[in-house]
Design a protein around this ligand. Structure first.
Ligand code: DON
Length: 563
């Protein structure tokens, strides 16, 4: 008897001790910063951003330095051979959207991925040189610097040159990825010299000398260090050797664009997000606006009712995305209609809690008056309150897997984000139509949703994530986590996520989100539910009472630092 009591005592003691440790660990993990913070997908890039802030640079200087550094230390998605989007908010409260999305090469055409029977040729839009769009990142960073930068451009590219030349230590996840993709690199490149090692392990040093020379040219010559001269020659030559379409004209004519952000209100908060050619801002607007018609008071985060309601709303929004969204410079995207509150209300009027609307019964709306994976997001705030929210990508992991010969960088496979055939799903299962058909010079539709939210005229949230089609719903759910459920930002980022994109008619949930009861309730209502590996990697900054807190997604090697 004594022995049993002793064992029970020990077990209770251990339980209490464990909880004490966990509790204190959680408490310690909330760190507040006063002056500024940087959250990126890699500790080295975060450090570079922080160094720039501490050296007196603003958030936009730090964004430029981080973007170039990620092309070195996070080559799976960080890039100079890809593109991206940025929402910038200045300390004065001006908000800008920068579109440095890739464009279809001028020689592309709408049938380029179809065989003579109009069937899709598998893999052509995702792998190899024909999947490559004209890169936009370097032009984007130069434009950003011209408008909002404060330190000299070469000082911002400098750290990336050093990281490429002197090498950096790869993480465990990076080692595993490099080993996994080795066979893909070998298959596609005429010159097999990059990232080639039989077995990468955590802590190995990755040196990238060719890349450091390329970055040195960008550092010295800005835009023309990439779009002219030796790097341009190598891009065109690599493309030619592999049977691609990229030309000098494509490189000369590439231009990133400042656009008007999509802005709206949600429960007194003002959000700003990315307009077309990303679908992110429009979809986020529709999601938040739809949700305001429902009372969340008696609904718990991630319970049955919550998952049902959000999935029903998401289906309707993604149906619109597939029909109406594309590059606004080439297609007349009906923005006014899509953002009209009575239209949005009409779309959700048949949602109820006791039945599921089958996706095949949902069509894109009709207007009354007659749109293994990798991307990366980083968030930055500086001591003056300037904010940068940047999502940047090669599309899937390491993009097309094509290295530009002797230049050491990878080209994107963004062309797959076009609708390569009406109704044919892209890598993320998204379907599209005329609005997103291929045309030389046009930008492919994106889901990237870099977002900044203000409260009482002050920055409140800087947020975004990778994740292909799931980007929009991950940003959406994190906004609800912090505004409706008052979660601290790190908890919000760690919280399980789920996703519905209309077609397939399935709720995708992260492993661990559902208990048996919720799963049973969803199934018995008629939902198809599929568990999948992690969704997205949200990197966010939240500011409350002038105190900066960060959420760096634990699903990856993401890292937050501030001061
Ligand atoms: O622009 C888009 O929507 C996609 N190319 C993004 C790809 C992505 O997020 C991959 N990351 N997991």
């Amino acid at each position: 008897m004594k022995k049993i009591l002793f064992i029970i005592f020990v077990l209770v003691f251990l339980y209490l001790l464990q909880n004490f440790i966990l509790y204190n660990h959680k408490k310690q993990s909330v760190i507040f910063y006063k002056n500024g913070a940087v959250v990126t997908a890699h500790p080295e890039a975060t450090q570079v951003g922080l160094d720039v802030l501490k050296a007196g640079g603003n958030a936009f200087d730090a964004a430029i330095a981080v973007q170039f550094s990620l092309s070195v230390v996070y080559p799976v998605a960080g890039n100079i051979g890809g593109g991206g989007f940025m929402i910038a908010r200045t300390k004065e409260g001006d908000v800008y959207a920068l579109d440095f999305r890739e464009k279809a090469p001028l020689k592309s055409n709408r049938n380029m991925y179809l065989d003579s029977n109009s069937n899709v040729i598998s893999g052509l839009s995702t792998f190899g040189i024909l999947s490559v769009g004209v890169p936009g990142t370097v032009d984007g960073m130069v434009k950003l610097h011209e408008r909002l930068g404060s330190l000299p451009f070469d000082k911002l590219v400098g750290p990336s040159v050093n990281l490429a030349k002197n090498g950096f230590l790869i993480t465990k996840k990076q080692a595993a990825r490099l080993n996994y993709y080795r066979k893909h690199f070998l298959k596609i490149n005429s010159e097999n010299k990059y990232f080639m090692k039989d077995n990468w392990i955590e802590g190995d040093t990755l040196f990238q000398l060719d890349l450091s020379n390329t970055l040195e040219l960008i550092k010295k010559n800005g835009r023309s260090g990439f779009y002219d001269g030796i790097v341009a020659d190598k891009i065109v030559q690599t493309s030619k050797n592999l049977g691609g379409l990229l030309s000098y004209q494509d490189l000369n004519e590439y231009n990133s664009v400042w656009r008007e952000p999509i802005s709206g209100n949600y429960k007194g908060y003002v959000f700003h997000s990315m307009p077309p050619p990303s679908s992110g801002g429009v979809a986020l607007y529709q999601l938040l606006n739809s949700l305001e018609h429902f009372d969340l008071d008696n609904i718990d985060n991630n319970d049955f009712k919550y998952i049902h309601l959000l999935s029903e709303i998401e289906k309707r929004v993604y149906a619109d995305r597939s029909e109406f969204l594309g590059d606004i410079d080439y297609y007349n995207v009906p923005l006014d209609n899509l953002l009209d509150s009575s239209y949005i209300k009409s779309r959700i009027k048949d949602i109820d809690f006791s039945s599921v609307t089958n996706s095949k019964d949902i069509n894109p709306g009709v207007f009354n008056d007659s749109e293994s994976e990798e991307t990366t997001h980083f968030s930055i705030i500086d001591r003056w309150g300037n904010c940068a929210s940047v999502t940047t990508t090669l599309n899937t992991s390491y993009g097309s897997k094509v290295f530009v010969e002797e230049s050491g960088f990878l080209l994107n496979n963004e062309m797959d984000d076009f609708s390569i055939k009406p109704g044919y799903p892209n890598t993320y299962g998204l379907i599209g139509s005329e609005a997103n058909s291929i045309e030389g010079g046009k930008r492919m539709l994106s889901s990237m949703t870099p977002t900044i939210i203000e409260y009482n005229g002050e920055p409140f949230l800087v947020i975004g994530t990778p994740g292909g089609s799931t980007i929009i719903t991950s940003v959406f759910q994190n906004i609800l986590n912090v505004i409706d459920f008052n979660l601290p930002i790190q908890k919000s980022v760690d919280n399980y996520r789920f996703h519905h994109q209309w077609k397939p008619d399935t709720i995708f949930v992260e492993k661990g989100l559902l208990n048996d009861t919720i799963l049973r309730d969803l199934n018995s209502l008629g939902h198809t539910v599929l568990e999948r590996s992690s969704i997205g990697q949200v990197n966010a900054i939240m500011i409350i009472d002038n105190k900066i807190t960060c959420g760096a997604d634990r699903r990856g090697d993401n890292k937050a630092l501030g001061y």
